[in-house]
Design a protein around this ligand. Structure first.
Ligand SMILES: [Zn+2]
Length: 413
């Protein structure tokens, strides 16, 4: 066991304890009676259901995270990565093929080990609370398509990255950065038209009161909107959502059919105004740009470490290889990537407030507040998470925070 082995183990243990502690903090906010601040949003019965849902998810999360933690610790102590590496290099000595085999085996093994839990979450927990609409056929279809996409896109990118690594010298990270950035921009533009249709049906919003109201609002704020789509989220769950996607002429707003079903036209336009706010305030472009900068930073640090045999030795592998180095580096880098993730969440929560304010200024704060309340109840959202948990994990402010910000917005105008 090398020093680096113990550092890797230490990082995993520290992360596990920290996450369980954050989970625990959330449980301290549970209550059996309806808290004052939630009155008027949840009624007694719905609130009890929400609390039960939170508890179930918490217990289930404890189980799955302990299981994953145990698996990776066993992999480290029993040199599981070295074992899989041995199989892969036995089949092919080519660095690209052995890496593809290595990650292929890892991916399938972890997918198979996790599927029973995922199955339980969908068909038992979500079912019990009335959310699940996924059929077994859809579930298995999703799995199969996920594997195929993973093999084609993940495998293709990995092969390309190793190819560049083998062909170029110390500047390889710069070439790889260019490739990944190009791919990210491509995906940001074409995700909705290439990937989403494999899983869902998107239909243009039909003519009528809602479409007219949306278009009236869009033209009022000078937003060119040709693409409003309704997605069949109800194929999998009763939970509702709306989002903005794409860049430039490819931009589109996607509304879940489950959202349209339960909201008034005014509330739906308010949700849309929020999404348009994200676009107007350039949040989409900034998020993409920050993602690209992060990738560059990571690749640069990676390039300083990848040639060191210590990475492979830490996982019990004598002959250094790109893919083993990548696994060790991935764990060593995770504390930094968690910190960056917290920074990104802070940025994202700030953006949510801005988009809410945009909707309040240009449309209606009251309609947005009503829509957000409905959405929270429909999804049985936890309205009282612990602030520390919110700080680390939430990309959106809590409902109560958003409502009070909207109140202030209204008081000021
Ligand atoms: Zn938003």
């Amino acid at each position: 066991m090398t020093t680096l082995f113990w550092i890797i183990l230490g990082i995993l243990v520290f992360d596990f304890i920290l996450e369980r502690w954050l989970d625990y903090l959330n449980t301290t906010k549970w209550s059996t009676s309806l808290p004052d601040e939630v009155k008027g949003i949840y009624d007694e019965e719905k609130y009890r259901k929400q609390q039960a849902y939170s508890k179930t998810n918490h217990r289930f999360g404890m189980l799955t995270s302990s299981y994953s933690f145990l698996l990776i610790v066993l992999m480290l102590f029993f040199e599981g990565f070295a074992l899989i590496n041995g199989w892969a290099t036995n089949i092919s000595t080519s660095p690209i093929w052995s890496a593809l085999l290595f990650f292929g085996i890892l991916f399938f093994a972890s997918d198979l080990l996790n599927t029973p839990f995922d199955w339980y979450a969908t068909f038992v927990i979500e079912e019990k609370y009335g959310f699940n609409k996924t059929t077994i056929k859809t579930y298995l279809g999703d799995k199969l398509k996920g594997w195929l996409l993973g093999a084609i896109i993940g495998g293709g990118l990995l092969a390309l990255i190793i190819f560049i690594y083998l062909k170029t010298g110390e500047w390889f990270w710069l070439y790889v950065w260019a490739v990944i950035s190009g791919f990210s921009i491509f995906m940001a533009m074409f995700y909705s038209s290439l990937i989403v249709p494999l899983f869902n049906k998107q239909t243009p919003l039909e003519d009528g009161e809602l479409k007219q109201a949306i278009q009236a609002f869009a033209s009022k704020v000078g937003f060119k909107l040709d693409n409003i789509f309704v997605i069949d989220g109800s194929k999998r769950s009763t939970k509702a959502n709306a989002y903005f996607t794409g860049l430039g002429s490819k931009k589109r707003i996607v509304l879940y059919d489950t959202l349209i079903k339960d909201m008034s036209t005014e509330e739906l336009v308010a949700v849309l105004a929020h999404e348009i706010g994200h676009y107007k305030k350039k949040h989409i472009v900034w998020s993409l740009l920050l993602g690209i900068i992060q990738t560059g930073l990571m690749l640069f640090i990676f390039s300083r470490f990848i040639d060191s045999p210590a990475l492979s030795e830490a996982l019990g592998v004598k002959t250094p290889s790109f893919h083993i180095g990548l696994i060790a580096f991935g764990i060593l880098y995770s504390p930094l990537s968690s910190l960056i993730g917290i920074g990104m969440n802070i940025f994202s929560r700030k953006n949510e407030y801005e988009a809410d304010a945009f909707a309040a200024t240009h449309y209606s704060g009251t309609a947005l507040a009503n829509a957000l309340k409905k959405l929270s109840v429909q999804n049985l959202s936890n309205l009282r998470p612990h602030p520390a948990y919110v700080f680390v994990h939430y990309s959106h402010p809590t409902l109560l925070q958003r409502l009070s910000a909207l109140d202030k917005e209204q008081a000021n105008s």
